[in-house]
Design a protein. Structure first.
Length: 345
């Protein structure tokens, strides 16, 4: 039971840093384990990296029909809220301190403090920032026809679309526009694409391809880009191209901020965890793309599995005699009342 002072400090059983698929699923599962849960998300919405491909169809989540990513985020968020966790938006956690009584104090960049007995790091790729076009004045077109992500494919119908980038996202967008856009032009600064071979071959079969070129200038018609100037990367040759829409897919800068300076062991691809998702510091656990271990799967399904293991470890850290895992949902008492409320069960 909490003492008066603890109640004043509002100490949670588990605080999840990051509200992507790992964090959202962890919040649901910690509710199944009757843990008082808080999620802290730096952005103003849940969803994590999935917010960068909202229009894409996701096929590889078990038991879910092909689904637009934004719909999958909605389902995950509803599920995350099942047991009413506290959800805090707009706070990037920067500092962690462990008090003598083993309670952690997490401090956000805005100076807000959060008290918790365990921490679950689900920070994914950290604070990702889209890599924007490094051309003066480019930002003035961001509200019209310069796109860094695509939220509505239908706006490209019948248009002449130029896509800059050579990775999976750029080539996927190009392929999604086949038959929709009037013309698709793909520009990449290297001769070879880094995207997978098959989609590249598919794209080359219908798109106009310029390599190794990069966008050197944008010419506006009113508040829109009307023409793009491409420059050959080696000899500087200039190629003007008329366009209706420009999509730039140059990837993301990853910024893990202070989280990686908390003294946790790490490898190239993330914070190291053991098979039960324990980091090198007692009471701190990890799940999703933020962590790494031998067989780590960087997929939504992989994040779910990590989340279950991490929450179970946090529960046992708090209550060493607790069972290894939550009761399965089909028999878990936490759902009895909720099941009654769902009339068709
Ligand atoms: C283009 C692309 C397509 C993909 N398609 C698929 C697919 O079809 N199927 C599939 O299964 N997977 C897909 N993935 C992979 C999938 O998106 C990731 O595996 C998944 O998003 C990882 O989830 P996560 O919760 O670990 O991290 P993230 O989704 O990265 O979420 C991390 C969250 O933590 C927050 N955060 C970071 N630092 C802090 C901090 N200090 N304080 C507070 N909050 C913080 C971030 O703002 C973010 O919201 C795709 C990935 C890419 C790049």
């Amino acid at each position: 039971m909490n003492t008066g002072a603890e109640q004043q400090l509002d100490i949670y059983d588990i605080t999840i840093v990051g509200g992507g698929p790992a964090g959202m699923y962890a919040a649901f599962y910690s509710g199944m384990r009757a843990m008082r849960t808080k999620i802290i998300e730096a952005k103003e919405e849940l969803g994590g990296f999935m917010r960068t491909y909202p229009e894409k169809l996701v096929w590889d989540v078990g038991g879910v029909d092909p689904i637009r990513c934004e719909k999958l985020i909605d389902s995950l968020e509803r599920q995350a809220r099942t047991f009413d966790p506290t959800i805090v938006f707009g706070q990037e956690i920067a500092q962690m301190e462990r008090r003598d009584d083993q309670v952690f104090v997490l401090t956000s960049k805005t100076g807000k403090r959060h008290y918790t007995r365990t921490i679950l790091l689900c920070a994914g790729r950290g604070m990702t920032q889209v890599q924007k076009l490094d051309i003066e004045g480019a930002n003035r077109y961001e509200l019209t026809n310069l796109h860094y992500t695509i939220t509505d494919l239908s706006r490209f119908k019948g248009k002449r679309v130029l896509i800059s980038g050579g990775g999976d996202s750029a080539i996927d967008w190009a392929n999604e526009m086949e038959g929709l856009a009037r013309e698709v032009i793909v520009v990449h600064r290297r001769q070879e694409f880094t995207a997978h071979e098959l989609p590249v071959a598919q794209m080359k079969a219908f798109a106009q391809v310029w390599t190794p070129y990069s966008i050197s200038r944008l010419y506006g018609t009113g508040d829109k880009i009307g023409r793009v100037e491409l420059a050959h990367v080696d000899n500087g040759e200039i190629m003007p191209i008329e366009v209706d829409e420009v999509v730039v897919s140059h990837g993301y800068d990853r910024d893990f901020g202070n989280l990686v300076h908390w003294g946790l062991e790490r490898e190239d691809y993330g914070i190291s965890v053991d098979p039960r998702m324990c980091t090198s510091q007692p009471g701190i656990f990890g799940a999703g793309d933020f962590i790494t271990y031998g067989s780590k799967v960087r997929l939504i399904a992989g994040a779910f599995n990590d989340a279950v293991l991490a929450v179970n470890s946090a529960k046992i850290y708090l209550e060493p005699t607790a069972s290894d895992m939550a009761g399965v949902s089909s028999h878990n008492a936490r759902f009895f009342e909720k099941n009654k409320a769902i009339s068709n069960l």
